[in-house]
Design a protein around this ligand. Structure first.
Ligand SMILES: NC(=O)c1ccc[n+]([C@@H]2O[C@H](COP(=O)([O-])OP(=O)(O)OC[C@H]3O[C@@H](n4cnc5c(N)ncnc54)[C@H](OP(=O)(O)O)[C@@H]3O)[C@@H](O)[C@H]2O)c1
Length: 231
């Protein structure tokens, strides 16, 4: 039984990660922006009494992060893993019309929020068993793989998350292993209906990676099947 905090859990990959972690008996703290509207999570909490706690978190608010950490500390004295899953993508950005707000919102949710949340949870992670932090990045963040213009706010904020992963991995080694992953192109609201991969298969791969993460995994960028991605 692991104690795992997952962000962005009301839909998409986050919801599926929670479903699979609960099914195997883990204790999950599921963070989402509006717990009162997260019906699937409420149902899961009923089906897994004592194993799922749903707490509010808006990653663009420092106060919300502080409050989540306070409530988490009241629920558990340790965390074995943090999955920084929540993220946002501004679609339809065109060169010449990139908006200040799109970039600020993207960096707040995709980079700054995950960094501050990780930092604030270090005390709980340090008391966990084999503590790990898995950051959800994307192939679109790869500098080496970028040859065309597209989703700049998303790509840049996730590239910054990759650097944050390296920074945090160095700051928290050897006790806490921090790494980043690409979940693949997944059928969710963000990935769309044409995505080839189901949330089920992606989440299963990500959980396998989380379980097998060792000191050698820290600071790396892997796909959901464990294959290295070029920065
Ligand atoms: N799907 C793909 O093909 C794909 C590919 C590569 C990487 N990823 C990454 O995988 C992760 C999960 O993606 P997904 O496909 O499940 O996306 P999704 O279906 O769009 O879900 C995104 C989740 O993040 C939450 N979120 C967004 N901004 C937030 C904020 N400021 N504070 C707190 N929560 C916030 C959303 O909450 P609300 O419901 O309240 O908006 C939602 O729960 C993301 O980090 C994404 O970048 C996905």
């Amino acid at each position: 039984m692991q104690r795992i905090l997952v962000t962005g859990t009301n839909r998409g990959l986050g919801l599926e990660l929670v479903r699979q972690l609960l099914a195997r008996g883990d204790r999950v703290i599921a963070a989402c922006r509006h717990p009162g509207k997260a019906l699937a999570l409420t149902e899961m909490a009923g089906a897994h009494p004592g194993h799922l706690h749903v707490l509010p978190l808006d990653l663009s608010s420092e106060r919300s992060i502080v409050e989540l950490v306070r409530e988490t500390t009241a629920l558990t004295d340790a965390l074995d893993a943090l999955i920084n899953n929540a993220g946002m993508l501004v679609s339809g950005e065109r060169f010449g019309e990139i908006a200040h707000k799109s970039m600020l919102d993207s960096f707040a949710a995709n980079t700054i929020g995950p960094v501050l949340l990780t930092q604030a949870l270090v005390a709980l992670l340090e008391k966990g068993a084999n503590p790990r932090v898995m950051n959800l990045s994307t192939r679109l963040s790869s500098l080496a793989g970028t040859t065309a213009f597209g989703t700049p706010s998303y790509a840049m904020s996730k590239a910054a998350l990759n650097m944050a992963t390296r920074q945090l991995a160095a700051a928290l080694a050897p006790r806490i292993r921090v790494f980043c992953v690409s979940p693949g192109w997944v059928k969710t609201d963000m990935g769309g209906a044409n995505a080839p991969l189901s949330a089920h298969d992606s989440a299963a791969g990500l959980i396998t990676l989380l379980d097998s993460a060792s000191a050698a995994t820290a600071g790396r960028f892997l796909d959901y099947a464990g294959k290295e991605i070029a920065w």
